[in-house]
Design a protein around this ligand. Structure first.
Ligand SMILES: CC(C)(COP(=O)(O)OP(=O)(O)OC[C@H]1O[C@@H](n2cnc3c(N)ncnc32)[C@H](O)[C@@H]1OP(=O)(O)O)[C@@H](O)C(=O)NCCC(=O)NCCS
Length: 124
């Protein structure tokens, strides 16, 4: 068993600028439909939620970087954050099979200026 973790912090203004500049193209490249639906439901606060998901994908990449070599190439939408009824986030790996992953845990936080995410991956 191997446990790896990744962390990322991002300025919310960076994500806001990308969305304002490239709009749908940026959203569609980085976020899944369900992530977009979740963030848009947050109205004025949406940039914090988008930034948090961006950080989560970067953190997941860091946690998996030892595994992602020539054999696998990943893109933003291979990672998806979903929230349960209590608001608890989960990270799903979609549309790519990274093999023997046993468990994934994620924690997210955001304030006015920054969003952070931490991802822990357990591999058999
Ligand atoms: C859920 C809670 C922890 C969120 O904290 P917050 O400071 O309001 O907000 P943060 O920006 O730090 O975190 C927001 C993220 O927390 C995550 N989150 C929400 N509910 C959660 C839960 N029940 N468990 C774990 N993570 C949760 C989400 O990922 C959310 O971001 P998202 O909506 O973009 O996915 C907080 O609202 C809460 O309920 N606190 C109760 C604390 C308490 O009872 N303390 C007693 C002593 S321990």
């Amino acid at each position: 068993m191997k446990v790896t973790c990744g962390i990322d912090i991002i300025e919310i203004s960076r994500i806001k600028e990308s969305i304002e500049k490239s709009g749908e193209a940026f959203l569609d490249r980085v976020f899944t439909k369900s992530e977009i639906k979740y963030c848009e439901s947050k109205k004025k606060q949406k940039y914090q939620h988008y930034a948090a998901r961006f950080a989560a994908k970067e953190a997941a990449f860091k946690a998996l970087s030892w595994k992602i070599d020539d054999k696998y190439s990943v893109c933003w939408k291979d990672f998806e954050v979903v929230n349960d009824e209590q608001g608890r986030p989960k990270l799903k790996i979609v549309s790519i099979d990274l093999g023997d992953i046993e468990d994934i845990d994620i924690s997210i936080s955001h304030c006015k200026e920054y969003a952070v995410a931490n991802v822990t991956i357990i591999t058999k």
